[in-house]
Design a protein around this ligand. Structure first.
Ligand code: EPU
Length: 423
């Protein structure tokens, strides 16, 4: 029977929440670990479905994956076999595509199914593939599978037409064992890219410039195991910060890197949210009379597309018209349709939403159409009058570590229920 999340709204929140390790770093660090010739230990691993699915994929590759404690993974690829990744689990998440770069880098061959992940409109991977081709690979797509092969991988200069997070990381993975120097120009600068480069460098790679728009990778012959602690999840942090701004009397959010959240914190300041930012935490107090704001999503360090959806919910309580312009995924507005069902007044036009506030929200049945839409529905449910039922919660469980436990601990009323299948 499928599970739903139910939330009884209107409860003021108070207390502390600790942020888990970054999902989008973890899902790249796990594939990166298979490039090593010994065990890689990763700590701060979030307990989310994407990690369970990636571990399952690694086991198909005969990689030994141990979990001595819930946030701790030991990945030992010593006896890895490069088998075709055609199992359904590959399609359950987007990040399985990082195994393209990793396996191509290590074996000069990979065959795998199309990756899955949230539907946010078209999500091509042409830049990843062009990067592999520039290093000397041939890419074929037949019967739903990518077949990527190279006799040799040789470093080259690769210019990304779009500063893609996924393409930057995937090319880095393919290039660590390539002959000579690879230069990625117009590389993405997200903190998760620095985290992956840090892991690879600890393993013995030569990657310079991660976090800037030019990354240089000098190929090496061998990589060893290492120990790595994942950076905190800036999107989970941003989600709880928005929750606090919406519903907290006083709430402290621990284990954050404020610099990674600057664009969000500046926008909340503009709205009039009271915040006290410390070295690795932020405390937020109840704020009245929120002001409307305008947000345009941009690659890091601009305003993250992943936080546009949670922030839209807070905008429904601002006094006036707020505006969201989405430049990364122009179709990422399904949460607005769900919010309208709860009473929000939102005008949608291509790539843009205008949110008229303040409007009360009412509990009803909504769908987590994608991961961050799910987060937005949780926030809306906490704010709404009555009970909100969220369907398709597997999206939420793909990326939020124990969201119900973390919220119940600070005074929310949120629970899961199994419901009969609809015919
Ligand atoms: N793009 C192309 N061709 C490519 C690759 C990307 O046209 O080959 C386009 C995309 O369609 C998009 C833009 O470039 O319009 C940026 O996409 P990017 O490659 O940067 O995104 P991604 O790597 O697929 C990651 C996160 C997303 C996050 C985006 C943007 C992971 C696993 N996913 O996706 O996270 O929204 O970067 O920051 O790291 C989420 O966590 O909910 C999520 C969707």
């Amino acid at each position: 029977m499928p599970e739903v999340i139910r939330i009884e709204g209107g409860h003021e929140l108070e207390g502390e929440v600790t942020i888990s390790g970054s999902k989008n770093a973890t899902v790249a660090l796990i594939p990166a670990a298979v490039l090593a010739n010994g065990p890689v230990t990763i700590v701060g691993v979030p307990q989310i479905a994407d990690v369970r699915h990636l571990s399952e994929i690694l086991r198909i590759l005969n990689v030994d994956v141990e979990q001595p404690s819930p946030d701790h993974l030991i990945i030992d690829p010593t006896h890895m076999k490069n088998v075709d990744l055609v199992d359904d689990v590959v399609t359950k998440l987007r990040a399985s595509y990082y195994l393209m770069g990793a396996l191509l880098g290590r074996y000069h061959h990979v065959r795998m199914r199309m990756p899955g992940g949230c539907y946010l409109g078209p999500r091509p991977i042409d830049l990843h593939l062009k990067g592999f081709e520039a290093l000397g690979a041939t890419v074929k797509y037949e019967r739903g599978c990518y077949d990527i092969t190279a006799d040799r991988l040789v470093g080259d200069k690769i210019f990304l037409d779009i500063a893609s997070v996924g393409a930057t990381i995937n090319i880095m993975m393919a290039a660590v064992y390539a002959e000579g120097r690879t230069v990625i120009e117009n590389a993405a600068k997200e903190p998760e890219i620095i985290d992956v480069a840090t892991l690879l460098n600890k393993m013995g790679a030569h990657i310079r410039g991660a976090g800037t728009n030019v990354i240089k990778i000098d190929g090496v012959k061998s990589l060893n195991g290492c120990f790595h602690e994942i950076i905190p999840d800036r999107i989970e942090a941003g989600t709880y910060i928005v929750i606090a701004a919406a519903m907290a009397r006083k709430m402290k959010i621990n284990n954050i890197i404020p610099q990674h959240l600057e664009a969000l914190l500046m926008k909340l300041d503009e709205m009039g949210v009271k915040m006290d930012v410390q070295v690795d935490s932020v405390t937020i107090e109840k704020s009245e009379h929120l002001k409307p704001i305008e947000v345009t999503t941009k690659p890091y360090p601009g305003f993250a597309t992943d936080l546009q959806q949670p922030l839209t919910v807070l905008m429904t309580q601002a006094e006036g018209v707020s505006r969201v312009e989405e430049t990364i995924y122009v179709e990422r507005f399904k949460h607005c349709n769900e919010l309208q069902k709860m009473g929000a007044y939102i005008d949608l036009s291509p790539a843009c939403a205008e949110i008229h506030g303040p409007t009360p929200l009412y509990g009803t049945t909504v769908s987590a159409t994608d991961l961050r839409c799910g987060a937005a529905m949780v926030i809306a449910g906490l704010m709404a009058d009555g009970v909100t039922t969220i369907e398709n919660i597997y999206h939420i469980d793909r990326g939020y570590d124990h969201i119900d436990d973390k919220l119940n601990a600070i005074g929310a009323k949120i629970w899961r229920e199994k419901v009969p299948d609809e015919d």
